[in-house]
Structures are given as structure tokens and as C-alpha cells.
Design a protein around this ligand. Structure first.
Ligand code: GLA
Length: 517
């Protein structure tokens, strides 16, 4: 009887008042970390409060309970001190609240610059009402920290040609694990990727433990039981191991970042045997002021940490190309820096990043310091083989890092042939280290060229249009003259001598790539 009364009482309370803390596991992407919703249910029926989630805290600025439907609007801190308004909807059932996470930028989901596929269902998490206490006001944002750049970070002497390897994020997001990295290392050797030049096996976000240890050391989560043993394994295959962190307190997927532990983490990475660090701005925008000096300072801090770590570690900056990174990325110790938001496995994304957002950046690239238009999507299934060939050709003309982002344990022969085209890779890895440029744009038809160490030119004829077309590269546009030999780098065929120009028939969203000597 007492129980029934209590249950009825509780049910009526839940129906009337959502005040208190609602707690549940965050999405599976967050490796068991908590999601806390703290609400005040005001007299005017308005819901306010805050959310503490792996990705960062949000302020609930308004919301309503109508019947059993809950709607919430929250301000989510974005990059560079911006704030994004996101919407949650939920269904109340007793002391449970089934909450659909906002589809724009889901937790542990895709990063900046991408829109989620329209058909992606919202992720639903189940929260339990654990207390009726009125929540404290949301933790206020701390005063932004300034961190001017110290002196120029000396060069680490690495990445004389653009780094080549594999990264877990594009295909696997939070599924990356010790087991997968070992299998990928095996596959790098077995597939021929290693022989083709791909050496770095890079773990992206979601390897980190929820907390540091008592000495403040960064820890791994249970997907990575022993990072040092994993590095030993990868090294035993003649490959190198990469890892990921953030200058902010949290990474983009809400895991532990290196804020105020930069030197300590660099030492930990070195002790583990790490060879490559991707350092992703993410929540740093919540603690640092939004100036170029401070961003450069934050990157230089880790740059110096890596240099002093006792191990030679390639340093990859990831801050989406903001605040003129080309002007200071190398001075902060960077071997490469992202120039844009996240790529996705669609022609439009690759096209925007590769053809439009790299223009004018060639002056910053050279041996030891490269523009990074993001990882490859080749083989992930969202583009045609012609589109992937265009992707590979453009990245090579751009002297971009070549970080495969597909499942190389299980590659179609067509995909393997694209990723391992040695003649195209040779263009990317050319010792001269010049980033190529667009020399002709004629509507959807473009000619790009890159000077090579042996005096030759790599030339790519692209067709961005929707029908097959003839594309012509005129010697005058390429700055050459006379009679030249032309070799097709995709057909692996000499096309003989051409005088004055070379014309090729190029499929829609495709490329013909040649070397002219
Ligand atoms: C950002 C980066 C991505 C990836 C994710 C991981 O979005 O730009 O490349 O590292 O974070 O959370």
C-alpha cells in the first residue's frame, strides 16, 4: 500500500516537476562517460539549467514540458568562442527521460565543416531522475587565458616529404581499439601499403581515459590496455604509431585533453613510443582567448614539449585553418597543419576542400612543414572510383599528407590500386617539396601543375562537370615550350611526345594525370 502510494506520489511529481538531476550514460561514442541534465522547472513552467556532457557543458536556456514531451534549447560552446543553439526533445516516462540528442554535431560525431547525412536518426539516450535538488547555477566560463608565443620552436627535422600513413577517424570514429590498430598494422604490411610508403598508423580521438591518474598522467581507456606494448607491436612491423590530443581540457569527442599538462603528456607519449601527434584545438576555445598569438602560443607549448620529450615526434596541428595558421604553424613547431574543417566521404566535401580551400596556401608548404587538407576518404564508399582518383591526384599535386582513412584490412582491388599508385605517390613525395597550383580554370575544367625535382611537371586535368569532357593543358599555361614527353600516371603508359599542348578526355568528376618532361 505504502509502495503504491509512493509510486503515485512520485508519478505525479514527475508529471509536475522536472527539477533536479537527470543522469545517464552518454552515447556509446563516449565510452561510458556520463551525461548530466540539471533542470529547474520554474513557476512559469519554463525549464532552465545546464548539461554536463563529455563534449563540454551547455546552458539550457529554455524548455517546456507538454504532456509527456520535453523540449529543451541549449547553448553549446563552439569553436573560437562561438556559441551554437541546439535543440533536444525527449519523452518523459516516470523517472526516465528518453532524450534525443541534437543531430547537428552529435557527441563523438563528425567534426566541424560537415553536415550529418539527412537520414541519420538522432541518437537517443536514457536519463534517470536521481535527485530533486535544485541545480546550482551552471559553472561560469573562466576568464580566457592568454598565452603569447615564445620564441620560434626549432625544427624537429622530420617530415621532409608529406607524412604518409593511416588514421582511424574517417572510417571508425570511436570504434578504434588496440586490436584494430594491430590488425591495421598487419594489413599495412600485407596489402603493400607499407611498401608504397604509408608508415604512420595513427590513433585519432577516443583512446583517452576519463581521468588522469594521481600524478596527473594522462591514461588510456579500456580499448587501449597497454599503449607501450601496442607501440612495440607497430614498431615490430617497421611502422610508426601516432596519437591524438588537444590543447584544450577536452578533445572534440569530449575526452581528456592536454591543457596544463602539455610537457607531461609529451613525455608520456614519448615513453609509450609515439611517433606522431595530432593536436586538435576543440575545447581550447573555451579556455584561451581567441587571438592568433595565443593559439600559436598554445601550439608552441606542445611543440616545445615534444622537442624536449626525448623522442622525435611528427607534430600535426589541427585547428581547421583558422587565424592564418600558414603564417605561424611552422614557427609553433608544426610539421603539418589542417587548412579546413573536416572532410567527409562525398564529392562536394572533397571538391570544396581540395579545389577551393587550398588556393593561395602553396607559399607555406615545403620540406618539414605542409598544408593538410585533411585525411583521405578513398575507399569509404561515398564516392565513385573516378572521384577517388581525382581525390588522390589532387592531394598529390597539393603535396598533401596522405593519410588513408579507410578499412585497409578489407580493400577492393580498385581502391588498393588508387591508394598505392606509386607514380602518383611519387608526385606527392617529390623531394622538391613544392605544393602545386591551379593554372587554368575553364568552367568545370581545370588544369593543375606541380614542379618536380627532376625538372619535370606533374599535371592533372580535372573535370568537375557532370558530363565527359576534353581538357587541354597548354604549354604556355604551364610555362614550358617545345616538344615534351608525356606519361599517363594512372594508365602507367607513355603517350609519346607532344608539342604545344596535351588534350585528354576526362570522365565526369574524374582526372587524367600526367608527367611532362
Ligand atoms: C575534429 C577533427 C577530426 C577528428 C575529430 C575527433 O573534428 O577535425 O579530424 O580528429 O575532431 O574528435
Amino acid at each position: 500500500m505504502r509502495f503504491i502510494f509512493a509510486a503515485l506520489f512520485a508519478a505525479s511529481l514527475y508529471a509536475a516537476d522536472l527539477t533536479g538531476r537527470w543522469v545517464g550514460p552518454a552515447s556509446t561514442a563516449d565510452n561510458g562517460q556520463e551525461f548530466v541534465l540539471a533542470l529547474r522547472h520554474g513557476r512559469d513552467d519554463m525549464l532552465t539549467g545546464f548539461i554536463i556532457a563529455p563534449r563540454g557543458n551547455e546552458v539550457v536556456v529554455g524548455g517546456k514540458l507538454v504532456g509527456s514531451t520535453v523540449t529543451l534549447e541549449a547553448d553549446r560552446p563552439g569553436r573560437a568562442n562561438s556559441v551554437q543553439r541546439v535543440a533536444y526533445t525527449g519523452v518523459l516516462d516516470g523517472d526516465k527521460l528518453k532524450l534525443a540528442l541534437p543531430v547537428n554535431g552529435g557527441r563523438g560525431g563528425r567534426g566541424p565543416g560537415t553536415t550529418p547525412p539527412p537520414d541519420r536518426p538522432p541518437q537517443i539516450i536514457e536519463l534517470t531522475h536521481v535527485s530533486f535538488e535544485t541545480p546550482e547555477p551552471p559553472p561560469s566560463r573562466p576568464e580566457p587565458v592568454s598565452l603569447p608565443m615564445p620564441a620560434t620552436v626549432p625544427s624537429n627535422g622530420l617530415a621532409k616529404t608529406p607524412p604518409m600513413g593511416w588514421n582511424s577517424w574517417n572510417k571508425f570514429r570511436n570504434q578504434v581499439s588496440d586490436k584494430m590498430i594491430r590488425e591495421i598494422a598487419d594489413a599495412m604490411v600485407k596489402s603493400g601499403m607499407k611498401a608504397a610508403g604509408y608508415v604512420y598508423v595513427n590513433i585519432d580521438d577516443t583512446w583517452e581515459g576519463a581521468h588522469r591518474d594521481a600524478q596527473g598522467n594522462i591514461t588510456t581507456n579500456n580499448k587501449f590496455p597497454d599503449m607501450k606494448a601496442l607501440a612495440d607491436y607497430v614498431h615490430s612491423k617497421g611502422l610508426k604509431l601516432g596519437i591524438y590530443s588537444s590543447p584544450g581540457p577536452k578533445t572534440c569527442a569530449g575526452y581528456e585533453g592536454s591543457f596544463q599538462h602539455e610537457e607531461q603528456d609529451a613525455k608520456t607519449f614519448a615513453d609509450w613510443g609515439i611517433d606522431y601527434l595530432k593536436y586538435d584545438w576543440c575545447s581550447a576555445s573555451r579556455v584561451y582567448d581567441n587571438t592568433q598569438a595565443t593559439m600559436a602560443g598554445a601550439y608552441a607549448k606542445m611543440g616545445l614539449g615534444l622537442l624536449g620529450s626525448g623522442r622525435r615526434i611528427v607534430y600535426s596541428l589541427c585547428q581547421y585553418g583558422n587565424l592564418d595558421v600558414g603564417d605561424w604553424g611552422a614557427k609553433a613547431g608544426g610539421n603539418l597543419w589542417r587548412t579546413t574543417g573536416d572532410i567527409s566521404d562525398r564529392w562536394q566535401s572533397m571538391e570544396r576542400i581540395g579545389f577551393e580551400q587550398q588556393l593561395g596556401r602553396e607559399k607555406y608548404a615545403g620540406p618539414g612543414h605542409w598544408n593538410d587538407p585533411d585525411m583521405l576518404e578513398i575507399g569509404n564508399g561515398g564516392m565513385t572510383d573516378d572521384e577517388y582518383r581525382a581525390h588522390m591526384s589532387l592531394w598529390s599535386i597539393l603535396a598533401a599528407p596522405l593519410l588513408a582513412g579507410n578499412d585497409i584490412r578489407d580493400m577492393k582491388p580498385e581502391v588498393a590500386a588508387i591508394l598505392m599508385n606509386k607514380e602518383v605517390i611519387a608526385v606527392d613525395q617529390d623531394k622538391l617539396g613544392k605544393q602545386g597550383v591551379r593554372v587554368v580554370k575553364n568552367g568545370d575544367l581545370e588544369v593543375w601543375s606541380k614542379p618536380l625535382a627532376d625538372g619535370g611537371l606533374a599535371v592533372a586535368l580535372f573535370n568537375r562537370g557532370t558530363a565527359t569532357a576534353n581538357v587541354t593543358a597548354k604549354w604556355a599555361d604551364l610555362g614550358i615550350n617545345g616538344s615534351r614527353t608525356v606519361r599517363d600516371l594512372w594508365k602507367h603508359a607513355d603517350l609519346g611526345k607532344k608539342t604545344g599542348e596535351f588534350t585528354a578526355t576526362v570522365p565526369t568528376h574524374g582526372v587524367v594525370m600526367v608527367k611532362i618532361k
